[in-house]
Design a protein around this ligand. Structure first.
Ligand code: SF4
Ligand code: SF4
Length: 419
């Protein structure tokens, strides 16, 4: 399928806004102290309750679309801390996606950047081009030169450059399971993961092999659709979800393990996006660290005297859960001290593309994490979400406090510590 063409030709009307779900909100305000944007601005319109009222007004025609309304809805990080705190079971994540779909129906131009990004990220050939370009940029020494010379100054371009990942060109090797083979597991690599986290996929395959599982990465998989879904570009999100459901089929893989928690949260939402096959697909999606803990009695780790700070992505804390699985696995590594980077579990500001599109707001949210890193002085920070990792690593680089901790996917750290 030509996804770029499909993305630019999407003209189907938006689904009706789910007013019944929004009406579950009793306006109690218990979610407000959990909302990072409300805490930042102290404005009701930047709170979950306020945004729900704005979306209800827009959907019923009581409020007209305006730049201000758009800014309040776009300011939502999609962290879903409010959803977890809500006693009435308001499905806030689904509401904000639907609210932005209504915005896009009235202001289609707002989707232009998302369409362009999606057209690149949903095509394997274009992802490969980006991967090679990023690899050449760092491997040639140009990146070091740019950073040391300060030629980009201190503006937006320099900030964007500081968040670029270091990428490897190695493809995924076939890794044989050790001992009696217990089954096949599919790795969902994701679009940014395909560009920047192939080594994480290799390491996950090694860890799975040590547990007795064979890992496979199907080439037909594509972007999970999160970028489109959260921008209100629902038709493209559904197309990508359908492609992934078909790619993984009913298959022989006993589980589908996404590398990024952001992807995992979207894959778990596939029953809402794909009527035919979304439910059985989502039922096979598992957190890779929790899978390793559940099946990893055979994993043996060498002594690793490291202080490791754990950054819990919002999608782990508020959607998937199972954050204790990583702590329990790290506790099995002799000499390793694991600490929590920021116990408030508030969003770091990465929030999909937010750290690129709203850098000032994203950096305000990142500041407590940088201060915690300076206080705890870990050698390594682990994060299971690529967006958080890029945002954290960029912030640490710009803070420039001497030796900065390495920011790693937890799978990379576990694989390094394998005996
Ligand atoms: S979203 Fe939930 S917690 Fe927040 S005001 Fe509505 S009912 Fe209360
Ligand atoms: S998803 Fe996060 S940022 Fe958005 S309203 Fe809820 S708590 Fe606030």
């Amino acid at each position: 399928m030509d996804h770029a063409r499909a993305a630019t030709s999407a003209t189907s009307p938006p689904a009706p806004f789910p007013l019944a779900a929004a009406d579950l909100c009793v306006k109690c305000g218990l979610c407000l102290p959990h909302c990072p944007t409300y805490l930042d601005s102290q404005s009701e319109a930047d709170s979950p309750r306020g945004r729900i009222m704005l979306m209800q007004g827009l959907a019923t025609g009581r409020i007209a679309i305006s730049d201000s309304l758009e800014a309040h809805l776009d300011g939502c990080l999609g962290c879903r801390a409010c959803e977890k705190a809500c006693p009435a079971g308001v499905p806030y994540g689904a509401l904000i996606d639907a609210g932005r779909e209504q915005l896009a129906a009235q202001r289609p131009d707002r989707l232009k950047p998302t369409r362009r990004l999606s057209a690149v990220l949903s095509r394997a050939s274009l992802r490969a081009l980006v991967r090679v370009a990023l690899w050449a940029y760092s491997a040639s020494g140009l990146q070091m030169l740019v950073r040391r010379s300060g030629v980009l100054g201190r503006g937006r371009l320099a900030r964007l450059e500081s968040t670029l990942p270091r990428v490897a060109l190695r493809s995924s090797p076939a890794v044989r399971a050790t001992g009696a083979e217990r089954g096949t597991v599919a790795i969902f690599i994701g679009c940014i993961g395909d560009i920047a986290e192939r080594e994480v996929a290799n390491d996950l395959a090694r860890l799975l092999a040590a547990c007795g599982f064979r890992a496979e990465i199907t080439a037909a998989q594509t972007c999970c659709g999160a970028i489109d879904q959260h921008a209100g570009h629902a038709p493209q999100a559904r197309r990508l979800a359908q492609q992934n459901v078909a790619a993984f089929g009913s298959g022989h893989a006993v589980a589908i393990l996404p590398l990024a928690t952001g992807c995992a949260a979207t894959l778990l939402d596939y029953p809402r996006l794909v009527a035919d096959g979304g439910q059985p697909f989502a039922a096979r999606v598992q957190d890779p660290i929790a899978f390793l803990l559940a099946h990893g009695d055979a994993l043996r780790f060498k002594p690793s005297p490291l202080r490791v700070a754990i950054h819990d992505p919002c999608t782990q804390s508020h959607v998937i859960g199972q954050g204790d699985a990583l702590r329990r696995l790290l506790a099995r590594i002799p000499g390793l001290e694991a600490v929590t980077l920021d116990a408030t579990a508030r969003c770091c500001g990465a929030a999909g593309t937010h750290f690129v599109t709203a850098p000032e707001a994203a950096d305000r949210l990142l500041q407590p994490k940088l201060e915690a890193a300076a206080r705890l002085a870990p050698q390594v920070i682990v994060s299971g979400n690529i967006g958080c990792s890029l945002h954290l690593a960029g912030g640490l680089l710009r803070a420039g406090r001497g030796v900065t901790p390495e920011v790693l996917h937890p799978v990379r750290l576990l694989a390094r510590c394998l005996a």
